[in-house]
Write a protein that binds this ligand. Structure first.
Ligand code: ATP
Ligand code: MG
Ligand code: MG
Ligand code: MG
Length: 469
């Protein structure tokens, strides 16, 4: 069986053999890019190389990039635990050409690597191309010998990539693996494509245009390639599993979580084990890259991730803080590839333990309140916004934690009501301060508060649950 570590090495080794420089993953917190919360794909560290603002001593690169998609444009937080293929933290394997090779070589490299080096059966693979990209369709026919019905043309933005409103853009082509008819879901482009039977494993982006302001699109003189393959999804296939959470890395953590909680990994708490394992990875890697839990910005995303995990640990009956005790299992699996995990082990362990210890009492009491309030509701009735706000304000429940807690019974939260309660609270707090005659101090105080955020006990908070994300 290929381990996740072997797969990463094989991927990087293949592209290194084919003239690519192996470049280290960039940190999760992007340098020089305040618009982006976390690195969410392999190309992030190469943005300026693609636009020509920066030159590197190589024109081909390959990476295993740490990615987090839990906020901003790509937010997979709500998928975790519920689909077989989404994580908040994952590794994206990629190869990049900066004005060097283009479509034909990108397709033949991808096909050779997965069907020869990794020996995936050709009849389980299918691809999508952008509806207007006849070149890509013809190349898949020529290089892979795929029949037309396995080269699916998609007209949506799923198959057209843009860096931003302007800048490099181009069609993309995605490779899917068919996990077989026993799993529900249809092929890409079909009405039930969101199922987990056909899983997207690799996205090849063909950057061939430059979008100018006013929507003018000109051909790039030297087109480029950016690709991304999800290591966890690929590992599932190679390890004969359907589900990412059944692969070596996740199983090691889930086994530990099962030992410590006494809950069967595949029993009624299956989703909880998965959420805990996923969030442990995200939390640990974020702390290793310098993010600390806080009430705003990146730190609040981290806090939300950790608190969500804690609710699941609590549901499994964990009497003691759980996450920090799972860290050694993660370290064993991943520190060889990411030594920062070991370098930051003490900080990670302490941070996880402290967050969980501090939140436990609030969590207990907040869940008690939630139960009491739920009992007052009719079937399918949404939780009133002011209750969700009270949970947020007094018990430190991020909105998404409350939503996650209600999800199992198909109950929603009145989000508009939640936001109205938040606005109301801020107004009251400011009014209470107005007229104190200390305008300068007051402004300073609010500025400071905006920066450091409120604590759970202060009675009101400065950020909306989604606001700063
Ligand atoms: P999906 O449609 O399944 O959400 P995506 O189209 O959003 O995936 P891309 O942005 O094309 O994904 O990223 C490239 C690759 O990274 C995907 O083909 C997939 O293998 C992997 N990937 C993307 N999001 C996740 C995630 N949340 N967890 C694990 N792997 C992911
Ligand atoms: Mg996605
Ligand atoms: Mg997709
Ligand atoms: Mg994609």
């Amino acid at each position: 069986m290929s381990s996740s570590n072997d797969i990463r090495a094989t991927f990087l080794g293949y592209f290194a053999r084919n003239g690519h420089t192996v470049v280290e993953s960039s940190p999760l917190v992007p340098r020089n890019d305040p618009t982006l919360m976390f690195a969410n794909s392999g190309m992030v560290q190469f943005k300026n190389v693609f636009t020509g603002q920066e030159r590197r001593p190589y024109s081909r690169a390959t990476t295993a990039q740490k990615c987090v998609r839990a906020g901003g444009k790509h937010n997979d937080l709500d998928n975790v635990g519920y689909t077989a293929r989404h994580h908040t933290f994952f590794e994206m394997l990629g190869n990049f050409s900066f004005g060097d090779y283009f479509k034909e070589q990108a397709i033949s490299h991808a096909w050779e690597l997965i069907t020869k080096d990794f020996a995936l059966p050709k009849d389980r693979l299918l691809v999508t191309v952008f509806s207007e990209d006849d070149d890509a369709a013809a190349l898949w026919r020529k290089i892979a010998g795929l029949p037309d019905e396995k080269i699916i043309r998609i007209a949506t933005s799923d198959n057209f990539w843009r860096m931003g409103d302007t800048g490099p853009c181009g069609p993309c082509s995605e490779i899917f693996f068919d996990h077989g008819p026993s799993i529900p879901g249809g092929p890409p482009g079909s009405p039930d494509e969101d199922g987990d039977r056909f899983i997207e494993i690799w996205n090849l982006v063909f950057m061939q245009y430059l979008e100018e302001p006013a929507g003018v699109r000109n051909p790039l003189p030297r087109p480029s390639i950016d690709t991304g393959m999800g290591l966890e999804r690929f590992a599932a296939i190679l390890q004969g599993k359907h589900d990412n959470y059944d692969t070596d890395t996740f199983r090691a953590i889930i086994t530990e979580s099962a030992n410590l909680t006494g809950q069967d990994p595949d029993g009624p708490f299956r989703a909880s084990h998965r959420v805990v394992a996923d969030h442990l990875r995200a939390g640990s890697f974020l702390v290793a890259d310098g993010v600390m839990p806080s009430n705003e910005g990146r730190g609040y995303v981290l806090r939300r991730i950790l608190r969500r995990a804690m609710r699941h640990a609590h549901m499994m009956g964990a009497q003691e803080p759980l996450l920090y005790r799972l860290f050694p299992a993660l370290e064993r699996q991943m520190a060889a590839a990411y030594p920062e995990l070991s370098r930051a082990a003490a900080l990670i362990t302490e941070t996880l333990q402290l967050e969980e210890t501090r939140f436990r009492t609030l969590l207990d009491r907040g869940l008690g309140l939630l139960e009491a309030e739920k009992a007052k509701l009719g079937e399918g009735e949404a939780l009133p916004g002011d209750v969700a706000f009270r949970l947020y304000d007094t018990y430190g429940f991020p909105l998404d934690l409350t939503q996650d807690a209600l999800r199992a019974e198909g109950r929603a939260v009145d989000v508009a009501g939640f936001e109205a309660a938040m606005t109301e609270q801020k107004k009251r707090a400011r009014a209470a301060w107005a007229g104190s005659g200390e305008a300068a101090t007051e402004t300073l105080w609010f500025d400071l508060k905006e920066k450091v955020g409120a604590t759970e006990f202060l009675g009101y908070s400065t950020e909306s649950a989604e606001g700063t994300i």
